[in-house]
Design a protein around this ligand. Sequence first.
Ligand code: FEO
Length: 394
Amino acid sequence: MATREVKSGVYSVGAIDWDREFFDELIPLPDGTSYNAYIIKGTEKTALIDTVDPTKGEDLIKNLKGPGVEKLDYIISNHAEQDHSGTIPKMLDLYPEARVITNEKCKDFLKNLLLIPNERFIVINDGNTLSLGNKTLKFTFTPWVHWPETMVTFLMEDKILFSCDFFGSHLATSSLFAEEGEKLLESAKRYYAEIMMPFRTSIRKNIEKISELEIEMIAPSHGPIYKNPAFIIDAYKEWISDEVKNEVVIPYVSMHGSTEKMVSYFVDLLIQRGITVKPFNLSKNDIGELAMALVDAATVVMATPMVLAGAHPKAVYAAYLANAFRPKTKFISVIGSYGWGGRFIDQLKGLLGNLKAELLEPVVVKGYPDEEDLKALERLANEIVEEHRSIGVM
Ligand code: FEO
């Protein structure tokens, strides 16, 4: 990615990773990602805000030639995860006078993860400012968005918030600035669902905290820059709220068609009753799609056959992830089929312990579902309608 001017004296110098397929070897990235870094040239000092993933270090070095960075005084580290910090050691080699500006917790992480020596750091506290001459940086600690040390940096004169992961999106695009629309919203939601959703309460507090800043632009470290901060802040406010939607998410797996028959019958029952249904075939779907659906749904119904004396391993994996994402789901249930025995209700219930959700009576059938079994699915569909009405979503 070429160097680009964001505003006078502020340059985007990061890298686009068009081909990255997974993040943390877990999360699919259908649209790639970017590692944004920014140069701020003041009349007296020059600062680099974050760096890039070490696989793209050469891009950053090349891009620093754009604004002609001869001398780098400060490297601001908002977050220690290596996709932003991993090129700091290289920068410290290239610019021997540079110091890393960060908080105490982040400094500890950087020393552990990247073996950066103590003398290269300057530690700042929440609310501290740093003058670059005609430009001033203000640091605000925003813990647990999504690590304990995360912070944001505000360029006071230009009113730009450098938010690192906060408000980011896994989206490789040649557009420097956000093109508001469904595509961007989906990338941001995917990012939120997989990285931020477990920390809803912390995000709520931190959105309140940064509302004290007069933000005119948000420059995250993944995805495009927002000239209209309300677009992404309002989306976050909806996602972190306690409000759920009239939706049922059904992650399912089927081996010989019995569970699939139950799912297809159940999906129709819910549709007939006016509920939005999102079935996810765990043998085919990207887990990121499931994570996004979990952001808003009132109810999750896991569907699995019994195999190896328990739930299918794909259902176990989905339940484990759903539990780790900590969505605001209000109701859960399980449907499925077994041949000769096994216990998957208690197993799945145990795996979903983080969800503050009520368990609706599961429907477990022996073999292929018969008329009685289909009636049991109607009972569950009616119960979901009642519960959704009771919380006012239908
Ligand atoms: Fe983009 Fe938490 O790293």
